[in-house]
Design a protein around this ligand. Structure first.
Ligand code: NOJ
Length: 553
């Protein structure tokens, strides 16, 4: 398989909230078709589609009821093909979400499986007479009793997401067929959902009670046949010029390297999570104050850890996380912190992913009642929070953590519903009230907008072998306010300086740069002139200031 993905960056579409092309208040492929030129203009080279398959939407597409079709609300296969062809004509690759740890309980396989113990689908899922003590990640106990079959089925996520039994060769054959179906249609690869969970330990041993929700994880993460099964799927993909990125919740560097290198290599990249925990314990639902030191430590761990051995994926947002400005930046300094956050990750070594709306600095939504939220995990966590806490406090925690903040309609302009749908339609979900200010149209006109800063970063990145392929070095790892990193290759070095502080801070220049004249390539304060600039050993950065210098050594 070739490694074209190393020079690329991707734009992630969560279709329901992207653009409504047929006026029913729900995003769809007609909307995507019309916005492909915009996506291209951001400077990316590919699109990752979060699931667009038929789904009852218990987990908004991650509960699939037909792997080889398109959800009728989003279009059909013919329309998908049109979108795919147009994307290709524009030079954009397209990757699909592959969700094979579980299906929807409305998938025909599950409907058959629950009918009894001796039909072709009986062993497609994980059934037991007596459940173990595992908890699910989304909805309490991981086992649900099915009266029709008279047994319990396993669901690591929501009740409506029964886990497939990957130990059954017939299930793996189905996965092969799904891969072939989409690859034959012309897609360029897959983002593979919770791919490190698909092989469960034999006998499904009970977990030690740990934190709620994760006690079974040691028995289903990186399970005994995980590489074997993924190698089997890789063999199908290898027949095509495609690439595979796996989502690896709780993955460690050591275990990621097994997926990415050596004889068991079965993925090109993995989405790791360490850097998303700089303001929380393991999940956003357990919040703690943001720590730049934690962010930097996580970044450097993966940058150094994969360098020369494998390839990083770079992201700050996706459909599972609240908006990054509301977390690691500041809504008050939205533009400055949004641009600085872009520079803090777009120049790292790896392939960047940008989530819809991130490029215009969309922020979290704050809904007044838990009933107004849609996401299953937000609801469960709200009810899990300490009942002694006031309603307001519990809601505040949801405001900080909910995945729904990433799922509000894309803000295209300042017309009703932010231009996401036609004025007379009702959008399927709340539009963030800040849309009159925060929208694509406004930012197109503004040279110092977040959107134009993303464009400049992606352009610079693509123009430089040093930024694409050079080494990484972090400076001053103990600095609590400033993240300084370097990319180097031959005699060219880039120095990227990012202040995470709301007030002015002093910053130091690494000793070997002192007194040298570099070229200021990017800065998020317009009054600082681009071009040759002599760096002094000590300087000041304004609120959330970022600078990118290029030096010849
Ligand atoms: C990870 C996906 O990104 C998330 O949205 C989903 O809820 C779970 N996997 C379960 O499929």
């Amino acid at each position: 398989m070739s490694d074209w993905y190393k020079k690329m960056s991707f734009y992630q579409i969560w279709i329901r909230s992207f653009a409504d092309g047929n006026g029913d208040g729900i995003g769809d492929l007609w909307g995507v078709y019309d916005k492909l030129e915009y996506i291209k203009s951001v400077g990316v080279d590919g699109i990752w589609f979060s699931p667009i398959y038929p789904s009852p939407n218990a987990d908004f597409g991650y509960d699939i009821s037909d792997y080889k079709d398109i959800h009728p609300e989003y279009g059909d296969l013919a329309l998908f093909k049109k979108v795919l062809d147009k994307a290709h004509d524009l030079g954009l690759k397209v990757i699909m979400d592959l969700v094979i740890n579980h299906t929807s309980d409305e998938h025909p396989w599950f409907q058959e499986s629950r009918k009894g113990r001796c039909n072709p689908y009986s062993d497609y899922y994980i059934w037991r007479d007596t459940p173990n003590n595992w908890e699910s990640l989304f909805e309490g106990n991981a086992w649900e009793y099915d009266p029709q079959r008279g047994q319990y089925y396993l669901h690591i996520f929501a009740k409506k997401q029964p886990d497939l039994n990957m130990d059954n060769p017939a299930v793996r054959k189905e996965v092969e067929e799904i891969l072939k179906f989409w690859l034959d249609m012309g897609v360029d690869g897959f983002r593979e959902d919770v791919i490190n969970f698909i092989s469960k330990k034999e006998g499904l041993p009970s977990g030690v009670p740990l934190l709620p929700a994760v006690n079974g994880m040691p028995h289903y993460k990186d399970g005994p046949h995980i590489y074997e099964y993924n190698r089997q799927f890789r063999r199908v993909c290898q027949k095509y010029d495609c690439f595979q990125i796996g989502e690896g919740p709780m993955t460690t560097l050591k275990s990621a390297l097994k997926y990415l290198t050596g004889p068991e290599k079965c993925l090109d990249m993995m989405f790791s999570f360490d850097h998303m925990m700089a303001d929380c314990f393991y999940t956003e639902y357990m919040h703690r104050p943001f720590s730049l030191l934690k962010y930097k430590r996580a970044i450097s761990k993966w940058q150094y850890g994969l360098e020369g051995r494998a390839w990083n994926s770079l992201y700050l947002e996706n459909h599972d996380h609240p908006r990054i400005i509301s977390r690691y930046g500041s809504e008050v300094f939205r533009v400055k912190s949004g641009t600085m956050l872009a520079a803090s990750y777009l120049f790292l070594q790896g392939t960047p992913f940008i989530y819809q709306g991130q490029e215009i600095g969309m922020t979290n939504i704050r809904l007044g009642r838990i009933e107004h939220y849609e996401d299953v995990s937000s609801k469960t966590n709200f009810h899990r929070y300490h009942l002694k806490d006031s309603m307001a406090r519990r809601l505040h925690r949801i405001h900080l953590s909910s995945r729904d903040s990433a799922r509000t309609p894309m803000q295209w302009d300042d017309s009703p519903h932010a231009g996401f749908t036609v004025p007379q339609a009702q959008p399927w979900f709340y539009v963030n009230r800040n849309y009159t200010e925060v929208n694509v149209k406004n930012q197109e006109k503004d040279p110092s907008s977040i959107l134009n800063f993303y464009r400049a970063c992606l352009k610079l990145r693509k123009s430089s072998k040093t930024l694409l392929f050079g080494g990484y070095r972090e400076h001053f790892p103990k600095d609590r306010y400033v993240f300084t990193y370097e990319r180097y290759r031959k005699d060219i070095r880039y120095l990227i300086i990012c202040s995470f502080s709301e007030s002015a801070v002093a910053f130091r220049v690494p000793r070997e740069y002192e007194g040298r004249t570099g070229e200021l390539m990017l800065c998020n304060y317009e009054d600082r002139e681009k071009g040759p600039d002599k760096v002094r050993s000590i300087g000041f950065l304004r609120a959330y200031e970022t600078r990118v210098y290029r030096f010849r050594f």
